[in-house]
Design a protein around this ligand. Structure first.
Ligand SMILES: [Zn+2]
Length: 154
C-alpha cells in the first residue's frame, strides 16, 4: 500500500482491527519514509448480477434504470419517493441474496412487477401490460413514454 502523503511503497501495518459487526477490517498503517500514519478499510465486495437479455447480450445491472422504470410506471400515482426507494432496495436485496452472477431481464421484470403490485395496482397493470410484450426494461420505458400524454404547453 502506497503512502498517500509521499507516495512511497514502504509502509507498514501498525494495527488491525475488526469493527463491531465484523464486516469491516480497519488497518492503521505507518509510512516508513515520511513517518505519517493513515488508515485503510477493507470490506467484502458485494456484486449485483449482470443482466442477460434475450438476445444473449449482458449489461451491468443499473439501479438508475431500474428506478427510472419504476418511476415511469408510477407516474402521477400517489406513491412516495420513500416507497420507490424501498422497492428498489428490496429488488437489489433479492438479487444479492440470490447470489447468482446473472439475472435475465425477464426475472428482473417479474421482480419489478412484484414490487409494483404491492405499491400501486394501476402502476402494476401499466407495467405488466406493457412489459410482458417487451424483452427489457429499456423497451418498456420507451413504450410508456410514447403512450404517455405529453406535458401541456404553456
Ligand atoms: Zn510517506
Amino acid at each position: 500500500m502506497k503512502c498517500p502523503f509521499c507516495g512511497t511503497e514502504d509502509t507498514a501495518v501498525a494495527d488491525t482491527r475488526l469493527n463491531d459487526e465484523g464486516d469491516v477490517v480497519r488497518r492503521r498503517r505507518k509510512c516508513n519514509a515520511c513517518d505519517k500514519r493513515f488508515t485503510t478499510y477493507e470490506r467484502a465486495e458485494i456484486q449485483l448480477p449482470q443482466v442477460a437479455k434475450k438476445n444473449g447480450l449482458r449489461t451491468e445491472f443499473s439501479r438508475t434504470k431500474l428506478r427510472a422504470s419504476l418511476e415511469l410506471a408510477l407516474r402521477k400515482r400517489p406513491v412516495s419517493i420513500e416507497s420507490v426507494d424501498a422497492a428498489v432496495a428490496d429488488i437489489e436485496e433479492m438479487l444479492l441474496s440470490a447470489g447468482e452472477r446473472e439475472v435475465s431481464t425477464q426475472q428482473l421484470g417479474e421482480l419489478v412487477m412484484r414490487e409494483l403490485k404491492k405499491l400501486d395496482k394501476v402502476a402494476y397493470i401499466r407495467f405488466a401490460s406493457v412489459y410482458r410484450n417487451f424483452e427489457d426494461v429499456d423497451a418498456f420505458s420507451k413504450a410508456i413514454r410514447e403512450v404517455s400524454p405529453k406535458p401541456a404547453k404553456k
